[in-house]
Ligand binder design. Structure first.
Ligand code: DP6
Length: 336
C-alpha cells in the first residue's frame, strides 16, 4: 500500500487558493484500558488487537499550523525549537509530507500539558491535534472516522483521541486499514475517576514504538493477543453493566500481562522503577482495606489509577503526587 496514494483517497483535493493562513486545534489525550501493543503493518500503524481507552478532556495538546516561506519545516514544542536531528522532527516532517501541497513548508507549534515521552500518551494527543489542525488549515471538513484514520497514521493511539469518554479502536481486517479507526462507546460513567500518579517526567529509555516491535517477536506474544481479545470483551461488558470491580480487575490484568510480556522479550524491556513498584504496593494496600482502586501502566514509569468518586478522598490520602481527573464530568477545553 502506498501511503500517500491512500491518503489522497481520504482527503479532498487541495485547491491552493482555498487554504487558510493557519489552522489550529486542541485534542485531548487518552489512556488505554485494553492496550494497543503490536502492529500487523508498521507503515500504517495497523494493530494486531483492538483496544479500548478513556479520554482525559483536560490533558492534551493544542497545535497551530501555518505556511512558512523557507526550505524546511519548523517544529516548536512547548516553546522549544525541535532540532532537525531529533527523531521526533523526522517523524513530524514525514507525517506532514503526506499532506504537503507542492513543496510548501510548515511551521508547527504545539503546546501540551502532558509530559512528553513519560508514558502519558503525548503522541496520542499530539498527532490527533495535528490532524485536526490540518483539517482546519485545508478546510477539509472530514468526518471523525476519516480523521481517526489519518491520526492513526501519525501514531496508533492518536486515532482514539478524537472522541470523549470510552473509545474503542477496532483493529480492522483490510490491508489498507480503511476499516481500522476508533469510535465512541455510547456509555457515560460520571462517577469514574482517573488518578495520575506522576512519579517521573524523565524521558523513557525506549520508545513504545520500538518496544512494541521487540515484543511481537517474543514467544509469549500469541498468548498475549488471545488474552487481550478476552480482556476487551470483559471490559465492554463491565462498562455496560457498570460493574466497576470487573472493569478494574480486567484493566489491571491487561496492564500486568503487557509488562510481563515486555519483561520476557529479548532484549527484556522494563519501564517500571522502584517508585512504580512502591506505588503498585500502595494500590494493593488500598485494595486490602476494601477500596476498589486499580492501576494501569503504559510505556513509562508512571501509573494511572481507576477508582470511583466515592473513594477519591481515601485514594488521595495514600498518594502524595496524585492528580484526580473526572473524564465524564470535565469538558474538553483548551488550556492555552
Ligand atoms: C502502551 O500509539 O505511541 O500507550 O503507533 O507506534 O505511535 P505508535 O505507538 P503508540 O503506542 C501506544 C502504546 C500504549 C498502549 C495504548 O495506548 O493503547
Amino acid at each position: 500500500v502506498n501511503i500517500k496514494e491512500l491518503v489522497n483517497t481520504i482527503i479532498p483535493s487541495t485547491d491552493i487558493t482555498d487554504i487558510e493562513a493557519c489552522g489550529a486545534a486542541y485534542a485531548p489525550t487518552n489512556i488505554a484500558l485494553c492496550k494497543y501493543w503490536g502492529k500487523r503493518n508498521k507503515d500504517l500503524n495497523l494493530p494486531t488487537v483492538s483496544s479500548l481507552s478513556i479520554t482525559l478532556p483536560t490533558k492534551g495538546a493544542i497545535t497551530r499550523l501555518a505556511y512558512r516561506d523557507a526550505k524546511d519545516d519548523l517544529v516548536i514544542v512547548n516553546g522549544n525549537v525541535v532540532p532537525k536531528t531529533a527523531e521526533f522532527y523526522t517523524r513530524v516532517v514525514t507525517f506532514l509530507d503526506l499532506f504537503r501541497p507542492k513543496n510548501l513548508c510548515f511551521a508547527v507549534k504545539t503546546n501540551s500539558n502532558v509530559p512528553i515521552s513519560a508514558g502519558l500518551a503525548s503522541s496520542a494527543c499530539g498527532f490527533a491535534a495535528m490532524v485536526l489542525a490540518l483539517n482546519d488549515l485545508f478546510s477539509w471538513q472530514l468526518p471523525l472516522k476519516q480523521l481517526s484514520i489519518l491520526a492513526r497514521l501519525g501514531s496508533g493511539s492518536a486515532c482514539r483521541s478524537l472522541y470523549p469518554g470510552f473509545v474503542i479502536w477496532n483493529k480492522g481486517l483490510l490491508a489498507n486499514g480503511l476499516d481500522s479507526f476508533a469510535k465512541k462507546v455510547d456509555i457515560d460513567w460520571p462517577e469514574l475517576c482517573i488518578g495520575i500518579v506522576l512519579l517521573t517526567t524523565e524521558k523513557k529509555n525506549i520508545s513504545s514504538r520500538k518496544a512494541m516491535q521487540i515484543s511481537v517477536n517474543s514467544p509469549g506474544y500469541p498468548k498475549w493477543i488471545q488474552n487481550s481479545e478476552r480482556d476487551i470483551e470483559v471490559m465492554l461488558q463491565a462498562i455496560f453493566d457498570k460493574d466497576f470491580l470487573s472493569l478494574g480487575l480486567q484493566v489491571e490484568n491487561n496492564s500486568k500481562a503487557l509488562h510481563a510480556l515486555m519483561l520476557s522479550s529479548e532484549p527484556s524491556i522494563q519501564y517500571s522503577n522502584s517508585a512504580t513498584e512502591h506505588a503498585k504496593g500502595l494500590v494493593a494496600d488500598l485494595r486490602a482495606e476494601g477500596i476498589d482502586v486499580f492501576f494501569t501502566q503504559d510505556a513509562g514509569a508512571n501509573l494511572k489509577l481507576l477508582f470511583l468518586q466515592q473513594d477519591a478522598a481515601k485514594v488521595r490520602a495514600k498518594f502524595t503526587h496524585l492528580e484526580i481527573l473526572q473524564p465524564f464530568t470535565e469538558q474538553i477545553q483548551e488550556y492555552v
